[in-house]
Structures are given as structure tokens and as C-alpha cells.
Ligand binder design. Sequence first.
Ligand code: NAP
Length: 337
Amino acid sequence: MTQTAALTVQQTARPHGFPTAAHFAFMESPVPVPTEGTALVENLYLSVDPYHRELMDEGGWDLDTPLEGRAIGRVTASRDPGLREGDLVFHREGWRTHALVTLGTQGTRKITAYEGVPLSAHLSILGGTGLTAYVALTRTAGLKPGDDLFVSAAAGGVGTATGRIARLLGAGRIIGSAGSPAKVEHLTRNLGFDAAFDYHDGPVAGQLALAAPDGIDVYVDNVGGDHLEGAISALRDHGRIAWVGAISQYNSTSAQPPAAPRNLFEIVDKSLRLEGVLVRNYTDVQGELEDFLVPHLQSGQIAPDETVVEGFERTVDAFLGMLRGENTGKMVVRIAD
Ligand code: NAP
């Protein structure tokens, strides 16, 4: 059935602290028509991400304008010589039902529908989420077989991918932190974590010391603040920190920088290495990620961890829910089959 109306989500106001649905509006417009060099894509899945919260602040997304975001969709009409009707593509014109794209710009690339692997995996473990985890472990932290690992926000998208990939790479003990007893149980029961704790149950440093009494070699930090401080204390000499994100700070209303970590000088004492990870610097590793993971996904040795919210009209709910921790694995929105 040919659709005549396209929907976009637009941001209408800047939040102070935690955003709400009132900061967004759904807008209807005619389905765009491809111009020379572009193709029309009907989106199938959208990604909602913590970095979108940063884009909501001054200097980020323009107000009252369709929003960017990672998406996968199917080409339904094309005037781009590189794209044909029916092609599946990844692109960054998300948070809308239809997009005009050009191959090679705004990250637009064709994707492969691997047999036995859900298409949504291209937004989770085979997408930027998995790539972040993979480069954090292989490039930034240089994880070696037997290394003991701690990962925060462990039950989320990057966190679950980090646990899965670290296990495949031969990590030693894997320890995770998460925000509820159910997530802690999920990590140890279903995802192969050796230990996990709820960061609401007490100071991170104390809980990590109990979960990893002999210390850790690598920390993949999705949270920042107290988590980073606790990990610095737990790291052994020559340990490595891959700093991926600081979700504990994205909704802060304080003008002051966070108090923690207060133990940065331990980085010198223990010859630690701390390095930031920005996935957009590693797009050349995408093929390596797929070569590495697809056989494990197809054999069932690992699975994509996802929370799939049904319906474009629930995009904002999915985004706010992800910020509140309602997801396990990567939060994605399914628009169509
Ligand atoms: P995610 O972990 O799937 O979802 C966010 C999770 O953060 C929630 O499920 C929630 O889980 C947790 N959270 C929310 N508020 C928190 C708080 N105050 N303290 C501790 N945890 C909190 O999201 P993701 O997409 O995988 O991203 C994870 C991190 O990686 C984010 O910091 C993100 O910015 C970063 N990232 C960075 C890059 C890069 O290129 N550098 C790329 C992708 C992602 P709980 O229930 O456990 O609290």
C-alpha cells in the first residue's frame, strides 16, 4: 500500500533536566518525492540513543525541525544510481517514517539481511552500539584473553554488547553494574556475567570491591562519576579504561562539574591508561565487526539484545524510557516489517 502521509518527530523546546513528551511534537507532511541523486526510504527501525539527550540542549538539534537519528529502511523509489528499489539501507535521517537519502552521505550505506539474524541487529550489536563495544575492547582497551573486565550500564545496548564480545574475545571474569535487581539477575543468569550489582544498593566502589576482590584489568565506562571513581580504585597496575559515555550526567541540572572521580591521581600511581572512545572515528571497522559477529549470531552462540518498542508514534516514549532505564539491550523502535 502506498502511503501518502509522512510523520516526523520534532523537538519543540529545550529541557532543563529530564525531558518529557511535552518537548516533542509529531508532524505530518506529504511523503517526499525523490529528486535527482536521492532515493526515498521507508523506515523500518529507528534507534533512540543517549546522545540524543545531549542534542536536545542548546547547540544541538534545531527546534521545530525533523531530527537526525540512526535508522534502517527499504528503498521504495530511487533517482540515486547507487540505490535500487528494495535495497535495505542504514542512514542517519531517523525519527521519521520516510527519508530522502543519498548513498555515501550522512552515513547512508547498504546493509546485508543476514539469514537468521534479525534486521534490527544493524541498529544493535551489528550497528553503532556493537561497534562501540567492539572498538572499546579491541582498540582502546586492548583486551587480552584472561583480562578481568568491569562494564557499567551493563544491561543496556553497549553494555550487553560489551559483555558478549568480551566473552568471545576470551575475557576472564566479567562484572557488570545495572539499575535494578531484575537487570542484575538477567546479567548473571542469561548473559554470562560472573558477577553483577545494582548501583542503587550502595557506593559503587564498595560493591565493585566485593564483586571483584582481586581487581580488574579493563573498565568500559558508560556512566562516569561514581562508577569511574570505583573502577579506578579497582583497576590493577597497567589497567585500561575505555571511556564511552557518562549517562549519569546527561540530565544533570547542576552548573557544577560532577564531584567524582576524586581519585584521578591513582591513574599515575598504577600506570593506568584512560582513553575516550568515539564510534564515529571507527566506521572503517564496520566490516571487521560483521565478519567477527555474524557467524556467532547465525550459530546462536550469541543473540542481539534488544528492547523493541512497536510503532512510530511511540518513538518519544521509547527515548524517554531508555533514559529511565526501561530497556534491556538496545532500545529500538519498529515502524514496519
Ligand atoms: P543504554 O545503556 O542501552 O541505555 C541507557 C541506560 O543507562 C539505561 O538503560 C539505564 O540503565 C542507564 N542509566 C540511566 N541513567 C543512569 C544513571 N544516572 N546512572 C547509571 N546508569 C544510568 O544506552 P546505550 O546506547 O547502550 O549507551 C550507553 C552509553 O554509551 C551512554 O553513555 C552513551 O552515551 C554511550 N555511547 C557512546 C558512544 C560513543 O561513540 N562514545 C556510542 C554509543 C553509546 P540502568 O537501568 O542500568 O540504570
